[in-house]
Design a protein around this ligand. Sequence first.
Ligand SMILES: NC(=O)c1ccc[n+]([C@@H]2O[C@H](COP(=O)([O-])OP(=O)(O)OC[C@H]3O[C@@H](n4cnc5c(N)ncnc54)[C@H](OP(=O)(O)O)[C@@H]3O)[C@@H](O)[C@H]2O)c1
Length: 373
Amino acid sequence: MSALPSTQKAVALPAKRTPLIEISTPVHPPTTGEVVIHVQWTASSPLDLHRSDGGLLIPSYPALQGSGGVVGTVVAVGSGGDLKGLQIGDHVSAFAFHGDKEANQQEYITIPAYLASKVPEGISLQAAVTVPVNLVTVFHSVTADLELELPWPIPKNWKPKEANKPILVWGASSSVGIFAIQVLRHWGYTNVLAVSSNQHHEYLKNLGATVCFDYRKPDVVNNILDYLEDVEEPKVPYILDCIGSLNGTLEPLAKIAQRGSRVAVMLPVIIKDASEEEEPVYEMDVSKCLPGKWANGAIVRGVRTHFYLQNEFFKEKLQPEILPALLAQGIIKPNNQRIVEGATLVERAQNALTLLRSKAVSGEKLVYRVSEA
Ligand SMILES: NC(=O)c1ccc[n+]([C@@H]2O[C@H](COP(=O)([O-])OP(=O)(O)OC[C@H]3O[C@@H](n4cnc5c(N)ncnc54)[C@H](OP(=O)(O)O)[C@@H]3O)[C@@H](O)[C@H]2O)c1
C-alpha cells in the first residue's frame, strides 16, 4: 500500500448562501472494513443546493460539501472486516452520505466497503458516477415507501403481484425518475405512467414508460385521469413523486391520489425554490404539506434514502452486488452527463450550484472532476 497523504483539498461552505471555499482536511486511513477512494469524479445533486442555500441537514459551519456520489480508485483498504472483495486499484463508485471523511467533494474519502460498487468493464467513470445516489434512492423508495417488491436475485418465472397496477412516476426525466422507470420495468411492473416535459417522452418510452404526460400542460391532471377512466379505484395505487415541490407536484398529485393510494415524495418538499435573490424554504415533514387537500385514506410518505442501511439486505448487497450487476448487464443505463468545467475544484462545484439554482438540469446529471490525475 503506497503511503496516503496526510491532508487534502476539500470544498467547504463557510455559511448559508456564501461562496464555496477550499480548505485542507485530513485524509483518514482505513479502519476495519473500510476503503479509501482517490476520487476522480463527483456528480452534483440537488441536495448540494438545498444545503448551500437552505442550510438543510447542516449541523455546523464550515460544512464539507458533496452529496452527489463519487467515482475513483481504491488506494487503501483496512485490515480485516468485510471488504466486499475490493482491492487496491479497483475502480469504484460510491453513494456515501455521512459527511466528514465521506464528504464527496474532497480528493480522498474513507468509507465502509458496503457503500462502494465496482465499476463494470465498458462503463466510463464519468458515466458511473451518475448512478449510485439515485439508483439507491429508487430501491429504497419503491420498497420502503411504496412497499412494492424488488426481489434479488429475481426468482425464475417471478411476476410482481401488482404487475399491471398503474404506477405514476411524476418527474420522470429527473435523475431519480429515469432510474425508477428502468427498475420498475425490469422487475415486471408493466403499467408505468411517466410525467415529464414533452421533450423527454420518447426517451422515457424507450426506457420502459408505458405512457407519458406533459406536466407543463395545464390539463395534465385531467389527461391522466381520462387515461385511467375505466380503471377501478384507487385509479393510481402507487405514486412516486421524484421532485417534491409543493406547487409543482404535490398539488396536482393531491388531485390524483385517492383512498388507498400510496404516495412517496422525495424530501425535502420545496415550498420556495432557491434563487439568486431569495432564500429557499423547505419542509421535511410531508404531513404538514397541503393538510386537508389529500383524500382520506391516501398514504403520503416522505422519502429519506439516508435510512436505507436499516434494510440489512440492501446494506450488504445493494451497492456491492446489485448495482454493478445491473450496470454490467445493461439493465440500468447511466444518466446522460453534462460536464461542469472550472479551473479549480471549488470553481467547478460553484458552477454546478449555479446551474442547479437556475434549473438548467433536464434529463441529465451534472458531473465534474475532483482530482486531476
Ligand atoms: N429524500 C431523498 O431520499 C432524496 C433522494 C434523491 C433525491 N431527492 C430529491 O429529489 C429531487 C430530484 O432529484 P434529482 O437528482 O432526480 O433531480 P434532477 O435530475 O436535477 O431534476 C431535474 C428534473 O426535474 C424535472 N422537474 C422539475 N419540476 C418538475 C415538475 N413540477 N414536474 C415534473 N418534473 C419536474 C425536470 O423535468 P423536465 O426537464 O422534463 O422539465 C428535470 O428533468 C431533488 O429535490 C432531490 O434533492 C431526495
